[in-house]
Ligand binder design. Structure first.
Ligand code: SF4
Length: 451
């Protein structure tokens, strides 16, 4: 029998590029069992060692083989409170699947797809966290409602702490909602998580910006900062202020927060006909794929300063973007945006070459004299995200680094007494699973410190 990975069913690129409906159709039960049977149940599982939360991967996969889905879910849930989200959006090829021994000579086990299958099954069958401990009489505030805060709040609420999540936006979920499009991550997965927290007694306070911690520290026994890395990085080149030039956080929010129409579309007239997305990560792929789904948009080009081999985006995300007709212009880097009457008309790029490897190990892009021009009425800058420095600047005893990231000890404590932090607000933009793990770790430290 051929030992090839069972691929998840997907909606073809030509069909899905017209709407925002989820396109990952997932496994049927027989497919999940067939894929699980490929696992060797290794005595020293390299997959588990490569998982940021050390999930007991072979054990949950064997439970799928035995057709005991509830037991499989409970094994995953012991380490992960956001497994459906992580199973869908985490870069498995760089984590568990990258460690899988089967990947050395062939196809690694589709661990992410199996995790997603089990977790979605658990959600649809009403299986979740189990019992809540008795009331501890202590209050904790979690600032921000992204994956780190949700994980911290859930862990605390299960252990009997009264938790308030304080969110500056009108909507909940942070980057899971404004950043990750609904065709990639089903909104039901995020909504379900929020409902689970509400059932555990967590309060959600929206439209509330926290600029300094004085009041919140006075009102609560502990404070967790899960404020993420919400601000797009800039290029600093001429024409960046032209109409039609957007930062990725703004562009994604404008589209992702529109309601779905009856055809499953989110149509935003601010997106033009010819779109250029600058960057090579998953955010660039999301921005390009949001743009191609706009009925008025004719062409979307991703401009990246290295080659496809160095792109930080997951291979899967790259393939999905190509299947939807996104054009890739690699070894190109914008040096100027040209406008007419204040509106963007053209992107001038320097043609790049690859030089020696830099500190990241990737070959350094070197600018040449040659220029390359692309007609465009919309540009999206997807060059990574940085932290909001406001809370750090307004809180004397809270130490941050030069990028505004909160400095913490190994257990999640900041320099400010009773204040903890985790996720992108500490590390800079990273993965959902790492943010979730940091939220859980900080919650356990809070529990110890409040005893
Ligand atoms: Fe299964 Fe691969 Fe993990 Fe081995 S390394 S237990 S084959 S998933």
């Amino acid at each position: 029998m051929d030992d090839v990975r069972i691929k998840m069913q997907t909606v073809p690129g030509e069909v899905r590029k017209h709407d925002f409906k989820p396109f990952l159709l997932g496994y049927a039960k027989e497919e999940a069992i067939q894929e699980a049977k490929r696992c060797l149940n290794c005595p020293i599982p390299r997959c588990q060692a490569a998982c940021p939360i050390n999930n007991d991967i072979p054990k949950f996969i064997q439970k799928i083989v035995e057709d005991d889905l509830e037991a499989a879910y409970k094994i995953i849930r012991a380490k992960s409170s956001q497994s459906e989200i992580c199973g869908t959006v985490c870069p498995h090829e760089d984590q568990c699947e990258g460690g899988c021994v089967k990947g050395i000579k062939g196809d690694s086990i589709a661990i992410g797809s199996l995790e997603r299958y089990i977790s979605k099954w658990a959600r649809e069958n009403g299986i979740d966290t189990g019992d809540k401990a008795s009331d501890k009489g202590k209050k904790v505030a979690c600032i921000g409602s992204g994956p780190a805060s949700l994980a911290c709040a859930e862990e605390l609420a299960i252990q009997g702490y009264k938790v308030s999540i304080i969110e500056k936006e009108t909507f909940l979920g942070g980057v899971l909602t404004w950043g990750i499009p609904s065709y990639r991550l089903e909104r039901e997965a995020v909504d379900h998580k929020i409902e689970v927290l509400k059932d555990l007694g967590v309060d959600f306070i929206t439209d509330t910006q926290i600029d300094d911690l004085a009041k919140v520290r006075a009102d609560y026994d502990a404070v967790f900062l899960g404020t993420g890395a919400p601000n797009s990085n800039l290029m600093g080149i001429p024409g960046e202020d032209l109409k039609g030039v957007y930062h990725a956080d703004v562009f994604l929010t404008k589209i992702n927060m529109l309601p779905l129409d009856e055809e499953g579309k989110r149509v935003w007239e601010g997106c033009g006909k010819k779109v250029v997305v600058v960057g090579g990560g998953n955010v660039a792929m999301d921005a390009a794929r949001n743009a191609i789904r706009q009925p008025q948009t004719e062409e979307v080009t991703i401009v990246y300063r290295r080659t496809e081999n160095e792109m930080p985006a997951c291979k899967e995300e790259l393939d999905h973007a190509k299947e939807e007709g996104i054009i890739f212009a690699t070894l190109r880097n914008p040096v100027e945006f040209i406008g007419e009457d204040g509106s963007l008309k053209e992107v001038v790029c320097a043609v790049m070459e690859l030089g020696e490897p830099d500190s990241s190990g990737r070959r350094r892009p070197v600018e040449t004299e040659k220029r390359f021009r692309i007609e465009a009425d919309t540009v999206v800058l997807a060059l990574g995200f940085s932290n909001d420095k406001t809370i750090g600047a307004n809180t004397d005893d809270l130490d941050t680094d030069k990028w505004g990231c909160f400095l913490i000890d190994e257990e999640g404590r900041t320099s400010a007494k009773g204040v903890y932090a985790g996720g992108d607000a500490v590390t800079g933009a990273a993965t959902v699973v790492k943010a979730m793990a940091a939220g859980i770790k900080a919650a356990r430290t809070i529990i110890e410190d409040l005893k």
